[in-house]
Ligand binder design. Sequence first.
Ligand code: SF4
Length: 359
Amino acid sequence: MADGAFGLSRELELATAPVWAKVRDHVTPLEWPAQAALIHEINQLKRERDAVILAHNYMTPEIFHGVGDYVGDSLGLAKEAARSDARVIVQAGVHFMAETSKILSPEKTVLIPDLRAGCSLAASITGADVRLIKQRYPGLPVVTYVNTTADVKAETDICCTSANAVQVVEWAAKEWGVDRVILIPDEYLARNVAAQTTVGIVAWKGRCEVHERFTAQDIEEMRAAYPGAEILAHPECPEDVLAASDFAGSTAAMIDHVTARKPKQVVMITECSMASNVAGDLPGVQFIGPCNLCPYMKRITLENIRDCLVNMQFEVTVPDEIAEPARLAVQRMVDLPPPAIPARYDLVKARHHVAVELI
Ligand code: SF4
């Protein structure tokens, strides 16, 4: 019976009211009844299927706040996948993240709601490419960003994230007794890491199509339009974007920074949904553009999450011969102590660019 707000039943209105409070600035009253019904249905299906939903920071607010059991960056989500007792993992994110969850939780069923949720960066390199790189640079350790496919991780010595890349690069150089490491596949992450360390970097020309589009001019324009705003950039952006920003770090570091400082106005130079999601938890902070949408992340919707749980589709598997070496590379990273200051890039160093060797 429709006796609640928005034409919802009282039960549905009550069940979804906390979500509405967080998404009301991003979802229209016209859209909400259908979304509230889907959120309620998905949360019931999760119980029936013994499933948890891992929602990446770049999911839309109704997914992030409405159905995500764990929210965070790709590595945080994969670790939650391993910790969870649930039988089924639904990855509300892109395919390489589902693979990483499967690598760390081989006994669980891992589902992704849309198989087309790929990634330009992960697609930039294959395991065969890495084998050729290793032939060309024998003796150098291979450090691979987690935004890669399982077959690339299987060729890797240790994985890294944007939060710990500097630490991992320095660890690998010391462990291998060398002064250069291979850091693939994101060219800009490699350049930004190179500015933070004395270890030489051999890089690959992979790009995240969301972050590579930001320019230093975007920052200049934002500064002119919003003089008091704090500008935060992700290290997958070009070096001059980082150099022009007030803070640079991984998605988790950006969230920590804004949560701790609560500036009046913030510009997040990253995927659009991230600012919308953080805004739900920080009502006093105004988030301003520019932002770019990731078309792969946006493949995931409430509708296909519901279908995924109803039909138990689409299962993501990784063959044992790939999963085992890939797990070792991920586990080596997980076993390193957390960095002293997680994910923050030193902007003074970021302004002194260092040449990298581009393969
Ligand atoms: S934001 Fe960039 S790195 Fe992340 S999934 Fe999209 S294309 Fe890939």
